[in-house]
Design a binder for this molecule. Structure first.
Ligand code: SF4
Length: 241
């Protein structure tokens, strides 16, 4: 079904199509099982239990890329980074730097909107243990490639959360319209790479940031100030020029 991705003419169509994708049998089973079993604290919820489309305006200048939806976060609420601790940290920082209308993101109808920014992932379904297989990552690649191509007229900065997302996103950028150097640039918090466009347009500024997982935020490896600094850099590259 990811073959359809290249035929999507706008992001609304892409979002609708991706949410029906069943190309990865293991992930389809997992996302639907989690949606049936539920976590006790969310037993009154009807889980989304499907691929999670990107969130944010179609003319975004900044894209934020994680790895994959969380089982009881976005797989429950249907919106990226919504309803879990990682999202609490991310949206608070986005609000602090003026890219989100409110600091919290609890459910898809909570009134939150993003400014200049779209949040997405290279794997659109929640994987067991947060670990997609290389095959699943490759299966999902056309969806993100098309999403970035549709954002291409305005997109100037890409913030990648975590090394796994970085590795998964680099080949997608080559599929879209940016030139990725060889050897591939390494992930690090604060890493910055300027990728020239292959279509003669503006380059893309790729920024690395530690993932907003509890593992990083509870231990202080990633602080709100560190995250806000990367987001401010993305703003400076994407919006002030
Ligand atoms: S991970 Fe991507 S390709 Fe696989 S089923 Fe989900 S949306 Fe489809």
């Amino acid at each position: 079904m990811p073959d359809r991705a290249s035929r999507a003419t706008d992001l609304d169509q892409l979002d609708e199509w991706v949410s029906t994708c069943r190309a990865c049998p293991r992930l389809v089973d997992w996302r639907e099982q989690v949606a049936r079993d539920k976590r006790a604290a969310f037993r009154d919820w009807t889980y989304w239990g499907r691929p999670v489309p990107g969130f944010g305006p179609a003319d975004a200048e900044i894209a934020i890329v994680g790895l994959a939806p969380a089982a009881h976060g976005a797989n429950r609420t249907g919106r990226m980074f919504t309803g879990d601790r990682s999202g609490d940290v991310l949206y608070a920082a986005l609000h602090a730097v003026g890219l989100a209308s409110q600091p919290t993101s609890t459910h898809a109808e909570d009134g939150l909107s993003l400014r200049h920014t779209r949040i997405t992932a290279p794997v659109k379904c929640a994987p067991p243990a947060n670990k997609p297989t290389p095959q699943e990552r490759d299966n999902c690649r056309p969806w993100l490639a098309r999403e970035l191509a549709l954002l291409r007229p305005t997109l100037r900065a890409l913030v990648v959360l975590g090394g796994f997302g970085w590795q998964a996103t680099l080949p997608v950028l080559s599929d879209a319209c940016w030139s990725v150097p060889s050897p591939r640039p390494k992930f690090g918090h604060g890493a910055h790479v300027e990728l020239p466009a292959t279509d003669g347009g503006a380059p893309l500024h790729m920024l690395g940031c530690f993932h907003v997982s509890q593992q990083n935020t509870f231990t202080g490896r990633l602080t709100p100030a560190m995250l806000e600094k990367v987001l401010e850099q993305a703003k400076a590259f994407a919006i002030s020029t």
